[in-house]
Design a protein around this ligand. Sequence first.
Ligand code: GDP
Length: 567
Amino acid sequence: MMNVSVTDIIKACMSLGLFVSINQRLDAETINIVAEEFGFTVEYIGAKEIEEAIQIIEDKEEDLKSRNPIVTIMGHVDHGKTSLLDFIRKTNVIAGEAGGITQHIGAYEVQLEGGDNITFLDTPGHEAFTAMRARGSKITDIAIIVVAADDAIMPQTKEAITHAQAADVPIIFAINKIDKPNANPEKIKEELATMNLLVEDWGGKFQSMDISAKNGTGVDGLMEKIILEAEMLELKANPDRLAIGTVLEASLDKGKGYVSKILVQNGTLNIGDVILAGTTYGKVRALYNERNKSVQSAGPATPVLLLGLNSAPAAGDAFNVMKDEKEARTIAVKREQLQREQGVRTQKHITLDEIGRRLAVGGFKELNIIIKGDVDGSVEALSDSLIKLSTEEIQVNIVQKSVGQVNEADIMLASASDAIIVAFQVRPSVAARQLAEKEEIDIRTYSIIYNVIDEIKAAMEGLLSPDVVEEIVCSVEVRDVFKITKVGTVAGCYVLDGKIHRNTKIRIIRDGIVTYTGALGSLKRFKDDAKEVAKGFECGLNIDNFNDIKVGDIIEGYEEKEVKRTL
Ligand code: GDP
């Protein structure tokens, strides 16, 4: 359309530090710049049309009425999330009248004795929370973080706190299991204080309540605190408008067809409304509440089960009520096309190599980093040094830092907050690695703090990747160990991936954490010395100056490779 030759476009890309091929897709930012080079302005029709088609209704102040708060319960496994939800469900006043909650619809409304209502999302666990946020939907008003008083602040507690804070959702702490003889709520509060989270009793701003989800002590108090927090948030919605909201879950039911569990966030959803949810649409055929009762309509902060969509929308999809079914269908189809397009887009998330390009394009202001490390000391040291790299132009944010293997939750958090992951002396789990590939998250593994700082600094200055990079050349699993006098520990191994060489530099990884870095002492196939052993073969080996090999350890071979700078 620009009537410019391909070579000229490629040249223009090169001047941006991008080496592209003739049939490569460019992202929007690059397209803008390239077009500008030739005196054109780009208009994106697809996405814009779609947005314009959905009228954004601005509610007038006088139409707004207060609505229920929507609450998510998060916390470490076994600290009592499910028990708390169960107890709350049992005390529900509505449930008392109508025979309790019989349907799982992703959320439920609870009426307190004082007449106040609270809507609880009943997908405990922060995976759901982050997954929703990664899709750009914010549905939770308040997060309850459950901590067992006979335990401590655990990794998932920290994670939950980070997730809530990243989403800017107020937190109320529920310190649980106080009925237990060894419970010590004060210790938990002290631990929270050391994390800069001062609870009320300690003169801070965070509400907290000592509870027992088992016998119900303090649960009333917790509910009051939720109401108090909700009052401060002044949650309002307009019940007299076309409904909007979020899909919590959807599935195909043999008898009923596509069943979607949704939460109305504003407006009122009625039977017969034309609804558009993500790439699906349809007419509302039936609505059911959590007591499996058919209802005619659902107002703000009400969860319902919906029948009538033509397919299953994805959890976290926003839904809108449209005036006209044809329009809904057109948008659904367009969205699907756009989704397919985006699926083939090459780069969605930030990588270290991309920083330079985004800098050139302008508007790159924040670098979000998640740090995982082998010990607290190095995590803290790294975090301090990286924050200090902040300049006037780019702010470095440490979204999360913790000790341990890179897990799936880290990847989801990175995806939701567009962060890169710095893994210091630790490795991603297999599942995390797969997820990272799918979500296109950049995981940088390092063994020397100085290298981390250097590389990130260079990237922030718009420089390109360093001259020397480490490449993992093989991974070998230890399946048996033998102690042999005079020789030391010999490991019987299996090569999982790549090729191990007699001179390969190696690291020993135990439970995702690097425990030793060194070189092989010997490498054998059966009784003979071997030069190299390839994937799928067994071998015997020992490691120079290291005898503490254990079954299950992964021996990772790496090479330091010189790479050409690409500018
Ligand atoms: P979740 O993994 O966070 O959902 O935790 P659960 O609700 O499944 O609770 C884990 C265990 O702790 C279960 O065996 C519960 O019975 C127990 N538990 C939960 N809350 C309490 C409590 O307040 N007191 C006592 N004694 N046990 C509790």
